[in-house]
Write a protein that binds this ligand. Structure first.
Ligand SMILES: O=c1ccn([C@@H]2O[C@H](COP(=O)(O)O)[C@@H](O)[C@H]2O)c(=O)[nH]1
Length: 265
């Protein structure tokens, strides 16, 4: 089963929440200093609810704790093998280097999917999509405040993000393993992208701490017959409490988010 099939399996069980595992040392709950111990508690409390997990690479690499990232991914694969792991590393480079980045994500870290920055062009994406069983999640329209500076620029009458969406669906998806990153903070852009790429799954950051609107996200982002979205929340879930009950609080936040999703999916 490839990544996109595994995600569809999760959707069939009404699981759409992607839990971001982005530990900030200063926000860790009182008494917890080890990144893996923190992640493990969150994972054990939420694995039956999560559509997928998304650790962000920089949160580990910046601390020299890449081994904690590896340990986290291995733990999920060993104990909860049906929950896919997306490594959010937003790689992008010339083809020969992209091949090494793909090996980094899929062989070193054993991730099921990786985020990729496509703005250097097709030859930087294809080394990832050649891994047929793995997911490649292409940045299309990101959630950050300056995203429109370049991504909304019009080229031949259409915004750049639409060119990315079309290219992703038509040229890069021959192994049926491409998805798009589309931020919840840009609902009109999301609607436009869904029309251009009706069949590609969306990984949607921007709900929770970044203030994206869930209802418009679902209306604009879902497939015409429902599903189609992995709704990411990182800080909103994993830092729901700084006290001993942080894992239970993360579970409650995940349940509430999934319930809210169920009303509009
Ligand atoms: O456009 C993008 C692409 C990726 N991200 C990542 O998602 C999470 C969001 O975290 P929150 O705490 O839920 O805001 C984080 O890992 C980002 O690097 C994004 O926000 N926007």
């Amino acid at each position: 089963m490839n990544f996109n099939e595994a995600i569809r399996d999760q959707w069939r069980q009404q699981k759409h929440v992607c839990i971001g595992l982005d530990p900030f040392p200063e926000y860790l709950p009182n008494g917890i200093t080890d990144l893996f111990e923190f992640n493990k508690a969150i994972i054990d409390a939420t694995a039956d609810l999560a559509c997928c997990y998304k650790p962000q690479f920089a949160h580990y690499a910046a601390l020299g704790k890449e081994h904690k990232l590896k340990e986290t991914i291995h733990y999920i694969k060993k104990h909860y093998p049906s929950v896919p792991v997306i490594l959010d590393s937003k790689r992008g480079d010339i083809g020969s280097t992209a091949t090494m980045y793909a090996k980094e994500a899929f062989e070193q870290y054993a991730a099921d999917a990786v985020t990729v920055n496509p703005y250097m062009g097709s030859d930087t994406v294809l080394p990832f999509s050649e891994f047929k069983d793995k997911g490649v999640i292409v940045l299309c329209r990101t959630s950050n405040p300056s995203a429109s500076e370049f991504q909304n620029q019009s080229i031949e009458g259409e915004p750049l993000y639409i060119h990315v969406a079309r290219k992703a669906q038509q040229d890069w998806n021959s192994n049926n393993n491409i998805s798009l990153v589309v931020g919840a903070t840009a609902p009109q852009e999301m609607k436009h992208i869904r029309s251009a790429a009706p069949k590609l799954p969306f990984l949607i950051p921007g709900i929770g701490a970044q203030g994206g609107d869930l209802k418009s996200t679902l209306i604009n982002g879902r497939f015409s017959d429902g599903d189609g979205v992995m709704i990411n929340s990182s800080r909103g879930i994993i830092y729901a409490s700084k006290e001993k009950d942080f894992a239970d609080a993360a579970r409650r936040e995940t349940e509430q988010l999934q319930l809210a999703i169920n009303q509009n999916i």
